[in-house]
Design a binder for this molecule. Sequence first.
Ligand code: ADP
Ligand code: ADP
Length: 228
Amino acid sequence: MIQLKNVSKIYNKGIHALTNINLSIDKGEFLFLVGPSGAGKSTFIKLLLKEEEPTEGSIVVDHQDITKMSRRKIPYHRRNISVIFQDFRLLPNKTVYENIAFAMQVIEASSKDIRRQVPMVLGMVGLSDKAKQYPHELSGGERQRVSIARAIVNNPSILIADEPTGNLDPETAWEIMKVLKQINRRGTTVVMVTHAKDIVDTMQQRVIALEKGRIIRDEHRGAYGYED
Ligand code: ADP
Ligand code: ADP
């Protein structure tokens, strides 16, 4: 599903953000990516999304080497690999329903598909009764659930969660984790970047730790491994 071979990323000015990364992620895995600030986590995500290109190595996603992908295929790649963020990034002037529908409109989905899919994903994240609300009328946990619904509405095979619980209190964070695990159980591969020690230690999933651009640990049923 995702395979990195000898991947390095050197930014201009000679900053080695990632060094010789070799990694395989299977379809349907749930994994945590951890490590201190500056370890290369954001760079890893940007390479997967093709927002940055590796200096060396190959990155295969769903049997396609994305470093050699033709320009016309990039939109399809970006549809297949979806991202949620710590700060939700919802459109403030659109309702919950419209925020999710918009993600389908930009890929020119039919209005029939939109009318079917949006209520379905709202149900999956437990927000069927909030369709007409605006983001500012929702709690942080509800906003993150909207962003998850939007991220999965076009059926990506991979969901990247970039510190999705970073702005949430612990109880709400756990609600979000339940939603992410449920989406994972339906077959979506989930890669979550996090500093939430409690969550990583409790979930007992694969943990990959990056430090100074290198993988220093890759454990099944791993732990967070840092004290913060
Ligand atoms: P993390 O997400 O783990 O905090 P990053 O991938 O953001 O790590 O950064 C890894 C290293 O690459 C850091 O030294 C950072 O300063 C550097 N870096 C990140 N983005 C850029 C960039 N666009 N240009 C130059 N250096 C960068
Ligand atoms: P985060 O901790 O969420 O990764 P950062 O503050 O490290 O956020 O980075 C914010 C943005 O700045 C990112 O897009 C990152 O790629 C970029 N960046 C980080 N370090 C550098 C750098 N040394 N030079 C240029 N851009 C950088």
